[in-house]
Design a protein around this ligand. Structure first.
Ligand code: MF3
Ligand code: CO
Length: 252
């Protein structure tokens, strides 16, 4: 028996609302990212925006997480805790945010450029975005979650990048993390993959490293960094599998 909650069309319409709020929060983040702004200021703006639109920040207090957004700079992969760090010219910052509206979650992330960024780092950010869209091509009924994973991995590997293995995409709905797990790679040891069905809602979120795939977990209990301290990028959207193909719910 599947433990994957399928959503009706009207439930997907509700997730479209929480997805829009999540997306709009990311747009606000993009407008505020510049040299001189602290990650804490971004977090406060995200909190104010989500709550003033009737939403609840999905991450805040999730397993004790202390903020509305994750802000992961340069070698930080994900789950960077906003704080006193001030963004500077040449940084990249991955901002991940979730908003809950009417009991339904949205989850999305982008990596933003701060001022003038090295060409090689810009390419990492662009290829990470492409990885999401390569995966999205397979987000349709009758395909398998593994088809999404394979497409993401192949595109990253083609460019010589490392694919993070310790963290994954996931089902999402009334809870931020549901089944199935959406890996960004195909495990070497064969396992049965989940067949995609209409009504599934999943967060597809490639986390791609400029260098090696290996990561380390920092003593703050949250921040994930690359083991080789090279840059990492993240791109995530909440997606619904429908008869008409995939719909990105975290959109305008
Ligand atoms: N988008 C992240 C994920 O899918 C959310 C991390 S939320 C946190 O896991 F609260 F755990 F930080
Ligand atoms: Co997610």
């Amino acid at each position: 028996m599947s433990r994957i909650p399928l959503k009706t069309d009207s439930q997907i319409a509700k997730m479209r609302e929480s997805g829009r709020l999540t997306y709009q929060t990311l747009q606000l983040m993009e407008s505020l990212v510049r040299p001189g702004v602290s990650t804490k200021e971004l977090d406060q703006a995200a909190y104010a925006f989500i709550t003033s639109h009737g939403g609840v920040p999905s991450f805040l207090n999730y397993h004790g997480y202390p903020a509305t957004i994750c802000a992961s700079v340069n070698e930080q992969v994900v789950h960077g805790i906003p704080g006193d760090y001030v963004l500077k010219d040449g940084d990249i910052v991955s901002i991940d945010v979730g908003a809950c509206l009417g009991g339904w979650h949205g989850d999305a992330a982008r990596t933003f450029l701060v001022g003038e960024v090295d060409e090689s780092v810009k390419k990492l950010v662009e290829v990470t975005r492409q990885c999401f869209f390569e995966g999205l091509k397979y987000a349709e009924e009758g395909r398998y979650v593994e088809d999404i994973s394979r497409a993401i991995e192949e595109h990253a590997v083609k460019h010589g990048y490392g694919v993070v293995r310790e963290l994954t995409g996931h089902g999402i709905g009334r809870r931020m993390h549901e089944e199935p797990e959406v890996l960004n790679y195909v495990p070497r040891i064969k396992r049965e993959s989940v067949r995609l069905e209409c009504g599934m809602t999943i967060a597809i979120e490639p986390m791609i490293n400029m260098g090696r795939a290996a990561v380390r977990f920092m003593p703050d209990g949250w921040t994930v960094v690359t083991a080789d301290r090279k840059h990492s990028a993240h791109y995530e959207n909440t997606v619904a599998i429908t008869a008409g193909g995939p719909i990105i719910l975290t959109a305008e």
